[in-house]
Design a protein around this ligand. Structure first.
Ligand code: ADP
Length: 496
């Protein structure tokens, strides 16, 4: 059984750090790679060794397979962890790593390839009786034929890119009138994003919930699931708030979905960490969406409720060890919520708002975890995903986790750019979220830029507290304490 001595992490930011921390705890040496834009990044400082791999654009650095392999050879690394994004779901990369005699900390190239095509994946899992969203099983190019199929399926329908990811090339079509135009758009978006314009049609599930299962397989044929994550709070079809467990699953439904997730993994001989995504309709019927063949951004909520370190588990499996527990030994402990802190402006359609972290103070306390890759004074590079951090709060139950998240958001100080923190607080305080009665259209249904303005009563509170302090001072001037004592968090102060 090969035991890994040195891991090269082919990634950057919070995930590179997160992987390296676990590796170090296992006594494994770490190698960072970095682009020009990341010369001073925290993952570079943390690693035992670091190798420069090129200019800032990822196509010239983090996506260049041969540079990464070269770096591994130069430093004598015996394994590569791809993180998420970049090369993590690239079967050619997984194959290249293995051809070089190195260990790829992830699934087989074959499983990545099969699950990388939404249509091929659907065909494979159908053989294992996993329920699918009604739709086409072949790519479609002819508009008239596509229209005919859409009306058979029944509107609304969703046009999706076969090679899709990141919500790109996806179009909801409400009725036949707009079908042609939307199909053209989906094809052109898919062509420019993936170099592959093939699309297919699915029934659009109304009031959908996105619920995914974390699975783990080993090279001995064992597969387990580590329960679900609810990821229905999204913007642009992309997740921004996640929690575990989901508030709507009964134990029976969890069992049925968990078994389906394990079958998806079995359909492609899966080993390593993976996520099986399902969509649920308002009657809680579930359908397979896709499988992501990597560690997900939101994996910490699963770690919090299971007490497991998923990166350590990935490493152990890559070394050839069997999964060290059985399905029925796993238990859900409490509730965890993750909010993603992006450098984005929620009041401007969540567009990136890149800049420098003029103030950056993390919240603290029991059950609070911040996974980030930045420090005060650092700039968020324009070249990569604008995520600054993930704030994960764990408590004994859902209500406790929500209250802890609100408190942590209030204590999180970020100035210099707009972030999604205020939006996430809005979600935590919203009745639909609190009652568990929401779907993936939460943002469209409830959120407007005005939702971020300090509420009228908070304004009154603020004025009252300023007045009271001023009166107490007796000199008509606000002291420093006045500002510090004001019960408004920094992200809100920014807006006042
Ligand atoms: P991507 O790989 O681009 O992220 P997914 O297939 O995972 O695409 O879908 C992303 C999101 O789009 C889902 O979480 C869900 O919110 C929405 N979605 C996907 N398929 C459907 C569907 N058939 N009906 C309703 N919503 C859908």
């Amino acid at each position: 059984m090969p035991s890994i001595q040195k891991i090269l992490v082919a990634n950057r930011g919070e995930i590179a750090l997160r992987v390296m921390r676990s590796a170090r705890e296992l006594g494994i040496k770490t190698v960072a790679v970095y682009s020009e834009a990341d010369r001073h990044a925290l993952h570079v400082r943390f690693a035992d060794e670091a190798v420069f791999i090129g200019p800032p654009p990822s196509a010239e650095s983090y996506l260049r397979m041969e540079k990464i392999i070269d770096a591994a050879r130069k430093t004598g690394a015996d394994a590569i962890h791809p993180g998420y994004g970049f090369l993590s779901e690239n079967e050619d990369f997984a194959k290249l790593v293995e051809d070089e005699g190195l260990i790829f900390i992830g699934p087989s190239a074959k499983a990545i390839e099969l699950m990388g095509s939404k249509l091929a994946a659907k065909a494979a899992v159908a053989k294992f009786n996993v329920p699918l969203v009604p739709g086409t099983s072949e790519p479609i190019t002819d508009v008239n034929n596509a229209k005919k199929i859409a009306s058979e399926i029944g509107y609304p329908v969703l046009i999706k890119a076969s090679a899709g990811g990141g919500g790109k090339g996806m179009r909801i079509v409400e009725d036949e009138k707009s079908f042609e135009e939307q199909m053209e758009r989906a094809i052109s978006e898919a062509t420019s994003a993936f170099g592959d314009g093939s699309v297919f049609i699915e029934k659009y599930i109304t009031k959908p919930r996105h619920i995914e299962f974390q699975i783990f397989g080993d090279t001995h044929g064992n597969v387990v699931h580590l329960f679900e994550r609810e990821c229905s709070i999204q913007r642009r079809h992309q997740k921004v708030v996640e929690e575990a467990p989901s508030s709507i699953l009964t134990p029976e439904k969890r069992k049925a979905m968990g078994e389906a997730a394990i079958n998806v993994a079995k359909s492609c001989g899966y080993y390593g960490a993976g996520t099986v995504e399902f969509i649920l309709d308002d009657k809680l019927n579930f359908y397979f969406l896709e499988m992501n063949t990597r560690l997900q951004v939101e994996h910490p909520v699963t770690e919090e409720i299971t007490g497991l370190d998923l990166v350590k588990l990935q490493i152990k499996i890559a070394e050839g060890n069997p999964i060290p527990f059985k399905q029925d030994e796993l238990k859900i402990n409490g509730h965890a919520v993750e909010v993603r802190v992006y450098a984005e402006d929620p009041s401007n359609n969540f567009l990136p708002d890149i800049g420098t972290l003029q103030t950056y103070n993390r919240p603290q306390g029991h059950g609070i975890r911040v996974d980030d890759g930045f420090e005060q004074g650092m700039s968020i590079p324009f070249y990569y995903d604008p995520m600054i951090a993930k704030l994960i709060c764990h408590a004994e139950d859902r209500a406790g986790a929500i209250e802890k998240t609100i408190r942590a958001i209030d204590d999180y100080e970020i100035t210099g750019l707009e972030t999604t923190l205020g939006f996430c607080k809005f979600v935590m305080q919203h009745e639909a979220f609190r009652s568990g009665n929401f779907d993936t259209r939460f943002v469209e249904n409830y959120f407007t830029p005005a939702s971020l303005l300090p509420e009228a009563n908070e304004d009154e509170e603020l004025i009252a507290s300023l007045l009271a302090t001023t009166l107490l001072n007796g000199n008509g001037k606000a002291t420093e304490e006045t500002t510090i004592a004001t019960p408004v968090s920094k992200w809100k102060k920014n807006r006042l």
